[in-house]
Design a protein around this ligand. Structure first.
Ligand SMILES: [Zn+2]
Length: 324
């Protein structure tokens, strides 16, 4: 349980400020180089601190196909701590998430290792506008000229290169990336024979987006979910909240997702879906290693409990401060 809790506390980026003292802005003198930069500029020093503070986010994983065949498959192009996905098509490729601000080139290299050209990326999509998932998108867009599709709720943060509600914290900045096709609520697109559907599951970020698609394996069709996230992490839920309506958004997401039973549950932090064990199973020869429709229901039920616990903790703390 300890490990499980730790993963969820540390698995989302805001909490890393708490998890990783070396990233604490408060310890820097006010004249530290990064604090002088424009809000969306990221210094080499800041990135060096992230690299030292969260080594798992930078620990390389050999890219591989999670499920499907060469013509219709989903590939992992992430690291031990961050999941990015590559979906090749004959008409240009689809990439979900870009990793940290200095990881666009890592994703590009992983794609090359798989035998594809990252300049042929045609569509860039994002789970949410937090730097550990959106940071590399700008570099990938520059390299490929791909169309960026993202939710309206996260658009300001993507285009501004900030963490919504913590705009003053330059440690959380990401290179701004233009959203070419913004959407709200439900949204679908088809590209190169791949159909993907976005479902906005807000809370963890205002426009947190879960994606679904179908993939064939062993003569069967499997529904794949790329879940955004629903951890509280260091999101402020009370006084003043990270963004207006955040508590209602989390609850809306838990109500929306409680009956979801995808055949394949993937997400943006490998720890969320038992990545390591499943990958080992796959490498040992089981092509259905990532299939299991009980995994997401268990995960989301725990998320919902953790959210209410987190809300209670923050409310008690807030009330104590207010009554001082
Ligand atoms: Zn996040």
């Amino acid at each position: 349980m300890d490990i499980f809790n730790r993963i969820f506390v540390c698995g989302s980026l805001v909490s890393l400020i708490a998890c990783v003292p070396t990233v604490e802005a408060a310890e820097e003198p006010p004249t530290a180089p990064e604090t002088k930069l424009a809000p969306n500029k990221i210094s080499a020093e800041t990135m060096a601190k992230w690299r030292a503070g969260v080594p798992s986010w930078y620990a390389p994983v050999e890219p591989f196909r999670i499920i499907g065949n060469e013509k219709n498959g989903i590939y992992f192009v992430g690291t031990e701590g961050l999941a990015m996905y590559f979906i090749p098509t004959d008409e240009g490729h689809i990439v979900l998430d870009g990793g940290m601000p200095d990881q666009g080139s890592y994703v590009a290299e992983a794609i090359r290792k798989l035998g594809y050209d990252p300049e042929d990326i045609a569509v860039l999509i994002n789970s949410h506008a937090h730097l550990d998932h959106s940071g590399g998108l700008a570099e990938l867009k520059e390299l490929s000229g791909a169309t960026v599709m993202a939710s309206e709720g996260d658009r300001s943060a993507l285009e501004g290169g900030f963490y919504l509600g913590s705009e003053q914290d330059t440690n959380l900045n990401a290179p701004p990336v233009k959203v070419n096709i913004p959407f709200s609520g439900g949204f679908s697109f088809e590209h190169g024979g791949v159909a993907m559907t976005a479902k906005v599951t807000p809370g963890h970020s205002r426009g947190c987006t879960s994606w679904t698609m179908n993939v064939e394996q062993d003569g069967k069709n499997h529904e794949v979910l790329f879940f955004c996230s629903a951890t509280v992490a260091a999101n402020r839920l009370v006084g003043p909240p990270q963004y207006e309506g955040i508590v209602a958004d989390y609850r809306k997401t838990f109500a929306m997702t409680k009956d979801w039973k995808p055949d394949v549950f993937l997400s943006n932090h490998p720890q969320f879906f038992g990545f390591k064990a499943k990958r080992e199973k796959l490498l040992a020869g089981d092509p259905l290693a990532f299939v299991g429709n009980e995994d997401f229901p268990k995960f989301i039920a725990k998320m919902a409990v953790d959210f209410e616990t987190g809300l209670e903790k923050q409310s008690l703390k807030h009330n104590a401060i207010m009554s001082e």
